[in-house]
Design a binder for this molecule. Sequence first.
Ligand code: SAH
Length: 368
Amino acid sequence: MEVQRRELLGLTSSDLCQLLESLGEKPFHGKQIYYSIYKLRQFQIGEMTELSRALRGKLQQCSRLTLPQPSLSQLSVDGTRKYLFELADGKRIESVFIPEEQRNTLCISTQVGCPMDCKFCLTALIGLARNLTAGEIAGQVLSILKDQQEPLPEIAAKAKRSQNRRGSAKPVNIVLMGMGEPLLNLENVSRALVLMADPGGIGIPPHRITLSTVGLAPKILDLAKAPVVPNLAISLSATTDDVRDQLMPVNRKYPIHDLIQACEQFPLRPRQRLTFEYVLIDSINDLDQDARRLVRLLSRLRAKVNLLPLNPGQGNGMRPSSPERVRRFQEILASKGLAAYIRRPRGADIFAACGQLHHAQQPLQMVH
Ligand code: SAH
């Protein structure tokens, strides 16, 4: 019978030191392994040349390092690239790389599928298969940066300073906005946040990481106590409980009032704001009175609003608001002093835009 080998991806530096100690080795080799994985991005145990050949052999016997490998990827006309990852157990998730002028954004998944059942989102059709591990969450970042040949942020900053700069040395933003509800997998997400933000590892600072949630009110307060607290985005998408109950069943458990109250208790750094995402659906949640109610709901919060015209998906007869409606909605918010941005969809031609991640939606082809 083969012994279960220990997965190294997802362990922190101190976890690795403990592991090495338990193998009767010097703990500091754990630090070397951590550095190899997260800084040097060496994902083959056999090629971690800072370790002795004997130690590499021993590690290969009792452990493994499984970076999620993209099995397919698709490139949008706008430069967005969607990755399909096949995990060790054959389950599949998607992640998206979104190049922008000032930064590159990685949109990563936290669950295989999602149980929240939002009526406008394609991922909902899959239901929940399982939570991702911390290694699988942080591994998406490592794997995409490797594929894009992006230097890790610290190396990018060095390259910039030395004027030896490649065009791609941009800061990286992470958004936990792929498949899944991150606050339903808070323990693993929290560990992944520690890995992603560690200056001695991946090194993406917390202010460049945003977690988006359907609004599980009590878990928002748990997140505030996590060791690494990212920016918080709330998917609101309605201004009355009647409408939100219909669009987002989670609202029946945590109605708008409870959600806003939890948001009011979420600690913000100076100049930090909460983001409210609002999917605009024709005649359902895009009326002038919705805009005015939204201003009132958020009046006690330091907040901005991202307006997302509905992306086609579930095929249930809902339509995106017209561009004029979207603009009018934005104007009403702005006229009352509420900052609102219209988000243009990225990667919609390859079903990579918000709410479109669903690995079985269409046959994927390899496009390079
Ligand atoms: N479960 C989390 C993380 C997923 S983020 C959350 O819901 O926040 C996905 C974002 O895309 C959410 O803001 C969601 O409201 C938005 N979205 C989902 N379906 C969409 C669609 N069809 N068009 C536009 N945005 C959509």
